[in-house]
Each structure stands twice: as C-alpha cells, then as structure tokens.
Ligand binder design. Structure first.
Ligand code: AQP
Length: 334
C-alpha cells in the first residue's frame, strides 16, 4: 500500500458559500496545499440530491471554483475539478452501494436533519449520499479529508466501507482508512440566529449566515442583529454553556483574530456584547470583503474558470481510471 499522504475534500455548489464553509473547511484546504498533494472537488452530484435549477447549478459550480481560487487554492498545486466530469465517482459509488449496509445509512444523522419529518418523500440520492462521499474519497485512495465537524459521521462511514471492501475482496490495506482533519476551534460555526443549528446555505434567513460575497454593510447589519446575550461577557467558558449564540460569536472572533478563546474572554470580560460585535464586524470585514471582491472578479472570466476545471478533470481522471481498473478486477467486473 502506498503510504503517501493524499488529501481529498469536496464542497457542494448549492449557493453562496459562507463563513462556516470558509472557517470549517476552505481555510484548511489552503494550508494543506502547502504540505501535501491535494484534490479539491466541486461535488455537483451531491448537490442534485435535492432539486437544483440547471442554469443556477452551472453558475454555482463556477462560483465555487471562483471561491476556491479566491481563498488561495492554486490550480498548479492542487487538482480542482467538478465531480460529475469524472464518471469514476458514480461508478465506484455503485460498487460501494453494494458494500455499504442499510443499517449503517440508517444511523446517519444528516439524512434525518435534511430529509425532515417526512423522509419518505426525500430522494434516494439524499439517503445514499454518504456512499457517494466514500466513493469520492476512495476513488483516489485519499488518506486525509479536511471537513467541518458535521461531516465526521460520514467520514467514519467511509472508513467502515473501506474496511469492509478490503475484507470482502481479500485485499487488506487496499483502500487506506481516510482520516478526518477537523479544525479544533471552529469545527462547527453556528447560525447567527440560532446557536444550536449550524450555519448553512439552505437556511431560509440570510441573517443566519455571513456569505463570502456579503458587502461591508451586510456584515455590519447581520452582526448587529445576531443573537447574543443581555448579560456582560463572562470571564470563563462555563458561564457560556447555555448561551450558544454568544459562544458562537466569541468563537468566530477567536478564530479570525487568531487569539485563544481564553484570551478573548480575558480581554473582553465585563464588556457588553455590543463591544464584541463592533470588533467582530471590523475583523470580519477585513477578512471577508477581499475574498468576496476576488470571487466577483474571477466570475467575470468564465473561460478561465472553465479551463481550471478542464485541466483538473484531466488530471483527476487519469488517477481515477488507474485505481478503477484495479477495483473492477478485485470485484470481478470484466
Ligand atoms: N457551519 C459550518 N461550520 C463548519 N464547517 C462547515 N461546513 C459546512 N457548514 C459548516 C463544511 O464546509 C464544507 C463544505 O460543505 P458543503 O457545502 O459541501 O455541505 P454542507 O456541510 O451541507 O454545507 P451547508 O452550508 O449546510 O449546505 P446546505 O445548506 O446546502 O446543506 C464541509 O467540509 C462542511 O463540513
């Protein structure tokens, strides 16, 4: 088995990328690119597990590529492409559908959250989405997967599927068991309106999230309106246990200012949340506005973005085909 480290991760082109995607995943993508070989994928097949408008989906794919580049991914260092353009993802997903167990999928909490109370009407694709995610990773025999904490359970399933394939087809160590790389402090950025829910693109209220393309005025308004607490900022974490919205704002500030949460509390204890909010607006504006401007600029040159995808697809496809050839043999497919 090759011991070489290889990173794989994906982002769904389902609309405006937000601060959760940025802090939970994309910043990590950029720092990993300096240390390891990386493959970053715009996972359009995952996006269609819920109905998408075709024209909008095409635009969202390019916007996700623009966001990758704007946050610092370099197509000369990392492979950047869209999932549906490498058919091996769908082929391996089918093979892994036959390895994965219904009982394993039944435990996936994200399906329960996304399908809502009437899960009978959810698409089959949404239900088997974690098998496709396993295929995305295993197709390249990736060893490390940078994701937010919401994806931890899916990563564990990918490991189970890899292990079962290796056992079923008597090929110990064929698929590496991929390890999640989850940022320690900002593993889950929460909604600005409800600190018990993760910040998400599909949440109805735009006030629940900071989008990468938000204007300074949007950021200011959203942070002003964000839920916090009427008590002053405490000097210890314990007092924040039942105050998820306040904790979330402090966490975001701590991450972007690169100060530990303890030091943030030391600096701010006794002050009102309006003080934190003005500091947070300032720091978010200086971090996010340049990214948003760069996304908009990149979107003016669609041929460039299409070319990035084309080059990435060519590189990804070579690797995928090499691995698939062996996988087909192992399974007995001619
Ligand atoms: N709130 C979050 N905090 C930390 N990390 C997050 N991620 C997403 N939301 C947060 C991480 O971003 C990467 C890309 O996620 P995705 O867009 O592919 O899918 P998602 O997790 O389903 O994101 P959303 O915003 O919730 O999308 P919708 O609303 O379309 O379902 C992943 O690594 C994820 O962990």
């Amino acid at each position: 088995m090759s011991k070489k480290k290889l990173v794989f991760s994906g982002v769904q082109p389902t609309g405006n990328l937000h601060l959760g995607n940025y802090l939970g995943a994309m910043k990590n993508f950029v720092s990993l690119q300096k240390e390891m070989e990386c493959i970053y994928c715009v996972v359009d097949l995952h996006a269609i597990t819920t109905l998408q408008k075709p024209e909008q989906l095409r635009n969202n794919v390019l916007e996700t590529v623009a966001s990758f580049l704007a946050t610092g991914l370099d197509p000369n260092k990392s492979i950047i492409f869209n999932q549906s353009s490498v058919s091996g993802h769908a082929e391996l997903a089918w093979i892994l559908n036959c390895v994965s167990r219904i009982g394993w999928l039944n435990r996936m909490t994200q399906f329960k959250d996304k399908a809502g109370p009437d899960k009978e009407t959810a698409s089959v694709g949404l239900y088997i989405y974690p098998n496709l995610m396993a295929a995305d990773i295993l197709l390249y025999k990736a060893t490390h997967v940078p994701v937010g904490a919401d994806q931890k359970q899916h990563l564990e399933l990918s490991r189970d599927i890899a292990q079962k394939f290796n056992n079923d087809f008597n090929c110990k160590d064929f698929f590496p068991l991929p390890e999640p790389l989850i940022p320690k402090n900002v593993s889950r950025i929460m909604s600005l309106r409800d600190g018990t829910k993760k910040m998400s693109k599909s949440e109805d209220s735009d006030y629940s999230r900071i989008n990468l393309k938000d204007s300074a005025d949007d950021i200011n308004k959203k942070i002003k309106k964000a839920k916090s607490d009427s008590d002053p900022i405490p000097d210890n974490l314990k007092s924040l246990e039942k105050k998820p919205e306040a904790l979330n704002l402090l966490n975001i500030y701590s991450e972007i200012s690169k100060m530990s949460l303890e030091n943030v509390l030391k600096e701010m204890s006794g002050k009102e949340y309006s003080f934190l909010k003005s500091k947070l607006t300032e720091i978010l504006t200086s971090e996010i506005i340049p990214v948003g401007k760069q996304i908009k600029k990149l979107l003016e040159d669609r041929p460039h973005l299409e070319n990035v995808l084309k080059k990435g697809r060519e590189k990804a496809n070579i690797r995928a085909e090499e691995n698939l050839k062996i996988i087909r043999e192992k399974v007995g497919l001619i």
